[in-house]
Design a protein. Structure first.
Length: 281
């Protein structure tokens, strides 16, 4: 029986049902935000958002739009629950992380609401596995309030440019310093590691620069330990939007195109390192 035809079990109706022909699209996005075991899932008519936080200073969001799914139905205005992300990824990849050519793992995901488990039906090669994952009551999450009116500087860069930067800069540094300015050096990344300081500049007319909207000069430092988890999303992405607000909070939004050419987004928010004083800059 195809997964889309799976009858609901007796009892309360599902408040969330979603189907994907290829579960790897979802598991790869979830791995891009998997730096803690616990995640909060939000489902609305627009799609699914999975949020992971750590120490109230970094937040990652994976956005999977409703149109990515073959079926996506939410019976309430919003459905929210907390789940163990490690267990969810393990279940999604229960048939392995790489399929044989021409095969894929089909997924049907169902949730009845508060207090119920998230149920996954996974099918590959005629074999169906059912996984039930306990859900928890969600915690309050940070609101970084990155609406367009709060953004001071924004650039869009081809991801290969940022991947090269992380490969070249000294990652023994505790911080990554980011300078964004309407004037030279325009966009500069700096580290201060065991081998001394290193700087990487991107002119605003660089071939790697797709958009450049800087209103004022800002220099902020961010703990590299907080930014490292975002390199998982960077590795999958084709473009990255880098934004800062007046307080120096950083938004890294990665555009990820899956094997079918569909677009999803992973966004990281990071607070500036408050241990650095203006005098040190």
């Amino acid at each position: 029986m195809p997964l889309s035809a799976q009858p609901p079990a007796s009892g309360e109706p599902y408040v969330l049902t979603a189907s994907l022909d290829n579960a790897r699209h979802l598991s790869s996005l979830l791995r891009a935000v998997h730096f803690r075991d616990v995640a909060t899932c939000f489902a609305t008519a627009n799609g699914l958002r999975v949020t992971v936080e750590d120490a109230k200073c970094i937040q990652a969001n994976a956005f999977i739009q409703a149109q990515i799914f073959q079926e996506f139905a939410v019976q309430e205005e919003s459905v929210v629950f907390r789940i163990n992300l490690s267990v969810l990824i393990d279940c999604l990849t229960i048939f392995g992380t790489s399929s044989l050519p021409g095969t894929s793992t089909a997924l049907r995901m169902c949730y009845r609401g508060y207090g119920y488990p998230l149920i996954l039906f996974l099918e590959e090669g005629g074999v169906v596995t059912v996984c039930k994952i306990n859900t928890q009551e969600p915690d309050d999450l940070l609101d970084f309030d990155f609406c367009s009116t709060n953004v001071v500087n924004k650039i869009i860069l081809q991801s290969e440019g940022l991947r090269e930067a992380f490969a070249e800069l000294d990652m023994t540094s505790e911080v990554l310093q980011i300078t964004m300015s309407p004037y030279k050096p325009y966009f500069r990344l700096s580290t201060f590691g065991n081998a001394g300081s290193a700087h990487l500049d991107y002119p605003k007319d660089s071939d790697l620069m797709e958009a450049f909207h800087c209103n004022q000069t800002q220099t902020n430092r961010y703990k590299i330990s907080l930014l490292k988890p975002s390199t998982k999303a960077l590795a999958l992405s084709c473009k990255v939007s880098i934004r800062t607000d007046a307080q120096g909070f950083l938004s890294l939004q990665y555009m990820i195109r899956n094997e079918d050419g569909q677009i999803c987004f992973v966004e990281y928010y990071c607070c500036p390192d408050e241990d650095i004083t203006e005098a040190e800059l």
